[in-house]
Design a protein around this ligand. Structure first.
Ligand SMILES: [Zn+2]
Ligand SMILES: [Zn+2]
Ligand SMILES: [Zn+2]
Ligand SMILES: [Zn+2]
Length: 237
């Protein structure tokens, strides 16, 4: 798939639309967000370090998320959030790489060829602003993400959840390879066979397409077209 470079998204607090880089900056000064923080300070939620994370597709600037995460929440929470919003297809393994250590689903297979730990670690013990954390989902057909720790603040969380979605890229479906209408399905067989690596199809052309067993829905996720990923690419909360 060849998504356009259009990568704007809307601020969840004030609704303003902008590109990824502007959004990361905007969130520091968004008045509606600051008001939400003041509001949160009146709650009894535990005061802690909160991290502003930018999650992006390692290979394209098209897909991105801006999150705020509680320092007391574990890497496992972040892993499950990323699976829900972007990745989960068949329960593959995943890993974060931080300071030469791989945080992953530990299996006691007796093979200690690298430094592995479980994901049950509060991110507050690991994250510092400026850190860039490579993340992989599925070690076969891998989706690679990069998690950037943009900022931290001390305060009370603005919601009752460990992670808050502050912004994500808008979704502009690519155009159908047959007719240029917005595509809804991707043909894995065409992507594999065709020289131009295209496989996008609109509803109409998907209907009459010869490889009906290879069609997967196109949704707002960098995992589209990989393994059996079928979305829905919605946040869990
Ligand atoms: Zn805003
Ligand atoms: Zn899979
Ligand atoms: Zn079409
Ligand atoms: Zn096809």
């Amino acid at each position: 798939m060849s998504p356009s470079l259009q990568n704007r998204g809307a601020c969840a607090y004030c609704g303003r639309e902008m590109t990824r880089g502007w959004m990361a900056r905007h969130l520091r000064t968004c008045e509606k967000r600051l008001a939400a923080q003041t509001e949160a300070d009146r709650t009894r939620r535990r005061k802690q370090t909160l991290y502003h994370l930018q999650v992006e597709d390692a290979w394209s600037s098209y897909y991105w998320l801006q999150l705020e995460m509680r320092g007391e929440a574990t890497l496992e929470r972040l892993d499950s959030y990323l699976r829900d919003i972007w990745l989960e297809c068949c329960g593959h393994l995943s890993q974060f790489e931080i300071g030469g250590v791989y945080y992953t689903q530990i299996m006691d297979d007796g093979l200690d060829f690298r430094d592995e730990k479980g994901m049950d670690v509060p991110v507050g013990e690991l994250f510092t602003p400026g850190m860039e954390i490579p993340y992989e989902y599925d070690f076969g057909t891998t989706t690679e993400l990069l998690i950037k720790v943009m900022d931290q603040r001390v305060g009370r969380p603005t919601t009752s959840h460990p992670i808050v979605l502050m912004a994500r890229n808008n979704f502009e479906p690519p155009s159908c390879m047959e007719c240029d209408k917005p595509a809804t399905q991707l043909c894995n067989e065409c992507m594999y066979e065709r020289e131009d690596r295209r496989g996008e199809l609109c509803d109409e052309h998907a209907e009459e397409h010869e490889h009906e067993d290879y069609l997967l829905p196109i949704v707002n996720s960098p995992r589209v077209g990989q393994c059996g990923y079928a979305g829905p690419a919605e946040p869990p909360y």
